[in-house]
Design a protein around this ligand. Structure first.
Ligand code: UT7
Length: 373
């Protein structure tokens, strides 16, 4: 029997930090509201492209696995904020890493894209199609954010992480998963202006309008992740008592608490980093997994449960058996170029690049408040 062991991991967070305090200077919000309703204190804003962020994360993951890019047979890029639609983002990363001839595809299930990518790469390894794969979860949401909408602007951040999978005869890596989608409710999380229906919805590409029914998304997130956890465990004949660490999607601390409670996993066995990054969509679980390893929260042979939820509305949970090695084999010197701008200046740049959007009103609070940026 062939398994797909996770042998390398690496993350890349852009250095510019956007605090709740910063947001309260341009939006009608407060640190108190954001922390009490979401658990988020700050998030990162990227000064580079999605592929730039992902490349650094990927090089770090490859170094941790002791592997060269040329050894990869497959690059799976989980994201909903592609640099381009054609050519895809995975092919750009494949070329930069020197993964000559490797298969390369993007996967977009919004916040669950990394986990869905883990499923497809694992399946291709387990069926013998490929032996070595890179799975990326990365997002640069900031250019697509509606920075005048406090309902969503406080929730999201940019970031990237990647893992290397290798064929193994030992029973490790992804053991079981449950994948699902509430397609009937897909309209409650919609970003107009990120796709080709922009013309008939009256929003030019890149100038976004978010439709986001927070409370219903919240309810569906808890329901979807909880049932997926139950089913993934049942597929292996296990209960939550066997879980060493829950590494959930980080969209809201109250969602994480509710999912952990329903899964009967105590708080000390739940990994949380939402306060530092907010919701990085596809990058969220991938970055959390890297940080859990860096902080020594993953012991050799640990059983991890990774529930996720995102636009679509997609949901899932992945049961992963970690291998014996919890230290990287090597360290990459890959790094981002320095960032000369503050996070507030970067979001101001995003807004200016969009030019004159239909409906952009010089009287809106952001227009007036952003004069201070
Ligand atoms: O990864 C994708 C999945 N995304 C999610 O899972 C997100 C799920 N939803 C949530 O996390 C929460 O629903 C939110 C954090 C988005 C909202 O929290 P909530 O407790 O559901 O708040 P609410 O939408 O019921 O709003 C309560 C109040 C409203 O004011 P009124 O009508 O009571 O006067 C909002 O207008 O809070 C107001 N509000 C804000 N106030 C200050 C909404 N956003 C803000 C804000 N700052 N940023």
């Amino acid at each position: 029997m062939t398994y797909a062991a996770i042998t390398g991991w690496g993350k890349c967070l852009p250095p510019a930090i956007l605090t709740n305090q910063d947001l309260s200077a341009i939006l009608d919000t407060s640190d108190e509201w954001i922390v009490s309703r979401t658990g988020i204190r700050e998030r990162r804003i990227s000064h580079v492209s999605l592929t730039d962020l992902a490349e650094v994360a990927a090089r770090r993951a490859l170094a941790a696995a002791g592997m060269e890019g040329g050894a990869l047979d497959l690059v799976v890029f989980g994201t909903c904020s592609h640099d381009d639609q054609v050519p895809n983002t995975a092919s750009g990363l494949q070329a930069r890493l020197g993964a000559v001839g490797a298969a390369a595809y993007d996967i977009n299930t919004a916040c669950t894209s990394f986990l869905y990518g883990l499923s497809t790469a694992t399946a291709l390894i387990r069926t013998g199609v490929v032996r070595n794969a890179l799975v990326v979860g990365a997002e640069v949401i900031s250019p697509f954010m509606d920075w005048s909408n406090r309902d969503v602007a406080v929730l999201f951040g940019d970031g990237a992480a990647a893992v290397v999978l290798q064929a193994s005869e030992r029973e490790e890596g992804l053991l079981a998963e449950k994948l699902g989608c509430y397609g009937d409710a897909r309209e409650i999380l919609r970003v107009d202006g990120m796709g080709c229906t922009y013309a008939n919805r009256g929003v030019p590409y890149g100038i976004t309008r978010w439709q986001f029914e927070g409370q219903e998304i919240f309810r569906r997130a808890v329901a979807g992740m909880s049932s997926a956890c139950e089913e993934a465990l049942a597929r292996c004949g296990l209960t939550a008592a066997a879980i060493d660490l829950l590494v959930p999607h980080q969209a809201n601390l109250r969602i994480i608490d509710a999912v952990a409670r329903r899964a009967h996993v105590p708080a000390e066995r739940v990994y949380v980093n939402i306060e530092r990054y907010g919701n990085m969509s596809a990058a969220t679980v991938a970055v959390a997994l890297c940080e859990a390893l860096e902080e020594g929260r993953v012991r050799p042979g640990a059983l991890l449960l990774l529930p996720g939820f995102g636009g679509g509305l997609t949901w899932c949970a992945h049961l992963v058996r970690w291998g014996e090695r919890v230290q990287p084999l090597g360290v990459s010197d890959a790094a981002l170029p320095p960032c000369e701008r503050t996070a507030l200046q970067l979001i101001r740049d995003c807004r200016d690049r969009k030019g004159t959007a239909p409906g952009r009103d010089p009287r809106d609070p952001w227009e007036r408040r952003s004069a201070i940026v």
